[in-house]
Write a protein that binds this ligand. Structure first.
Ligand code: SF4
Ligand code: SF4
Length: 93
């Protein structure tokens, strides 16, 4: 089963492990569990699950994450920041 995989190998998500402090914020905000802790820092567990909502990049205090968020996802990002449900923009639930 393909699951929540979008286009393969075109995701713009990038993690700078040198900057990551391991605060865990990206694990909290990512609706698709793209990250996982790996010792002191996080690592990208499943890049293809990323739907580029931008929440991780916006919430990373260390500036370790970059992602080119889709314009249509802005509302979802805002909802995510406000802690609302429905922070995922690309898959209706
Ligand atoms: S939010 Fe940023 S600093 Fe915190 S664990 Fe994630 S990548 Fe690292
Ligand atoms: S852009 Fe959104 S889906 Fe992709 S890793 Fe960041 S929080 Fe997760």
């Amino acid at each position: 089963m393909a699951g929540l995989t979008y286009l393969k190998d075109v995701v713009t998500l990038a993690l700078d492990e040198q900057r990551c402090t391991g605060c865990g914020m990206c694990l909290e905000v990512c609706p698709h569990e793209v990250f996982q802790m790996d010792g002191r820092t996080v690592r990208i567990r499943d890049r293809d699950a990323c739907m580029e909502c931008g929440a991780c990049s916006l919430n990373c205090p260390a500036g370790a994450l970059t992602v080119k968020a889709g314009v249509g996802c802005a509302a979802a990002v805002i909802n995510g920041m406000l802690g609302r449900k429905g922070a995922s923009c690309c898959c209706a639930e």
